[in-house]
Design a protein around this ligand. Structure first.
Ligand code: BES
Ligand code: ZN
Length: 445
């Protein structure tokens, strides 16, 4: 346990923020560190795979003839740590407090991805053969929507024959409740630029006679979504596959207290969303649109009377199964163009996109994983979806035609993408145990 913790802390000290162009060297250092971890685990053929963007890290152990092959996926990049002032401990100085380890990337994904590495290391580093074959592929652009991994998989797919993918990048539904994630939403991320002219103007001298870029941005954005959260773009939901009745029933049976979710977990003053759908359907299966930031104009101390000529909006849509990210991107661009007033310039740039994915919980690879988790955690494994996105999952399905087994070891209060991200260390150790048992089960099939 001490060795796992030490190695994890060293990994977490590397600020591998893939979205930040100034962090390229750190991202590369994290890739090299990942390769070192693969080597220490006893994986063979360890190498960095270069391409557009940050490197992939590959390693394999393929000496279990006749046994299944797992593609073990993780990501070594992390979200930006800002706002820094809200962290109680520095984001890149991993700190143990009680049973938690605090750092950016502690749960998403270094602290969970390390589970896969150490499950292998426990065999190979002790001279024991693995019960299955493994191919490890870790990427460094998951959090920034880069497409190196998809370019690579599309080109090399054939050489990547495997029976299932194994991913530790999701969470447990509740503490002590072993969870397998069988569905993720897709995403389309966009940046909207509004321009009304060449220069900012005095709001008294020109107000009433010229357009205001921030106001146009607000109107455009507001026109796309209704007050309860329904996206108003015609055709947006085309192709959407709703959850089955069986799935809805299984969600309704999950141990859940909506008030506790609101106040304890989300810490919001009120919940929100389309009233005709249950909370789980809204979170896991419905498409959404969110504004991440609106930049422009004056927000400094005091008052300034200005009409801004430029505004930028960062926004994204989450997609349900069956929705095509390319189509959604074009619909979005079209909708923006339609509501932009004549003479105002607007442009929508799609930064990245990925489809949703659903996995059949009856698939034997999923079942065996659930049994392994039940053994280690001592209670029955539940199947849930998550509203988050892991772009490679859709790709694995499309290109490799195999299911992704998502064993979740994060917790709902891990503060993913937020200040004070942490991982609950006992879950890391139990995760290693569960993955090792999973290998044994697959090897015995
Ligand atoms: N690990 C998360 C996704 C996740 C979180 C799944 C919790 C299940 C439960 C992943 O690293 C992530 O945050 N992905 C991004 C992808 C995007 C930037 C393409 C996301 O969902 O915002
Ligand atoms: Zn992640």
């Amino acid at each position: 346990m001490e060795e796992v913790l030490n190695e994890l802390q060293e990994w977490l000290r590397i600020a591998s923020v893939s979205a930040d162009p100034r962090a390229v060297d750190d991202v590369r250092r994290a890739a090299e560190f990942t390769a070192g971890m693969f080597e220490r685990a006893g994986l063979e053929g360890v190498r960095l795979i270069e391409g557009d963007g940050h490197p992939l890290v590959y390693g394999e152990w393929m000496h279990a003839p006749g046994k299944p092959t797992l593609l073990c996926y993780g990501h070594y990049d992390v979200q930006p740590a800002e706002p820094l002032e809200l962290w109680r401990t520095p984001p890149f100085e991993p700190t143990v407090i009680g049973e938690n380890l605090y750092a950016r990337g502690a749960a998403d994904d270094k602290g969970l991805a390390i589970i896969l590495i150490w499950a292998v290391r426990r065999y190979l580093a002790e001279g024991r053969p693995l019960p299955v074959n493994v191919r490890f592929l870790f990427e460094g652009e998951e959090e920034s929507g880069g497409d190196h991994v998809s370019q690579f998989l599309r080109a090399a797919g054939g050489e990547f024959a495997c029976d299932a993918a194994l991913i530790c990048d999701t969470e447990m539904f509740a503490p002590e409740l072993p969870t397998i994630c069988v569905g993720l939403r897709g995403i389309v991320y966009a940046e909207l630029h509004i321009e009304t002219g060449e220069t900012d103007l005095h709001s008294g001298v020109y107000g009433g006679g010229v357009p205001n870029a921030l106001e146009v941005a607000a109107r455009v954005v507001a026109s796309l979504k209704g007050a309860t959260g329904k996206v108003l773009i015609a055709g947006f939901e085309d192709g959407l596959i709703p959850p089955t009745e069986e799935e809805r029933e299984s969600w309704a049976a999950l141990p859940f207290d909506e008030h506790e979710y609101q106040r304890g977990e989300a810490k919001v003053f009120t919940l929100h969303g389309e009233p005709e759908y249950s909370l789980f359907e809204r979170l896991w299966a419905r498409p959404t649109m969110e504004i991440h930031g609106i930049a422009g104009g004056f927000t400094g101390e005091g008052a300034k009377t200005v009409i801004p000529c430029e505004a930028v909006v960062k926004m994204s849509c989450r997609l349900g199964p069956g929705m095509d990210p390319n189509r959604v991107g074009s619909l979005l661009s079209q909708a923006v163009a339609e509501v932009t007033p004549a003479g105002v310039k607007s442009s929508l740039r799609i930064l990245h996109g990925a489809p949703a994915s659903v996995v059949d919980p009856k698939n034997p690879f999923v079942r065996e994983a659930a049994s392994a988790m039940t053994e280690v955690f001592g209670s029955k494994t539940v199947y849930t979806r998550s509203g988050g996105s892991i772009p490679i999952v859709g790709l694995i399905e499309e290109v490799l035609r195999v299911p992704s087994v998502m064993m979740g070891f994060g917790l709902p209060d891990d503060n993913l993408h937020a200040p004070n991200e942490k991982v609950y260390l006992p879950n890391v150790y139990r995760g290693i145990e569960a993955v090792a048992r999973y290998f044994e089960r697959l090897g015995g099939l």
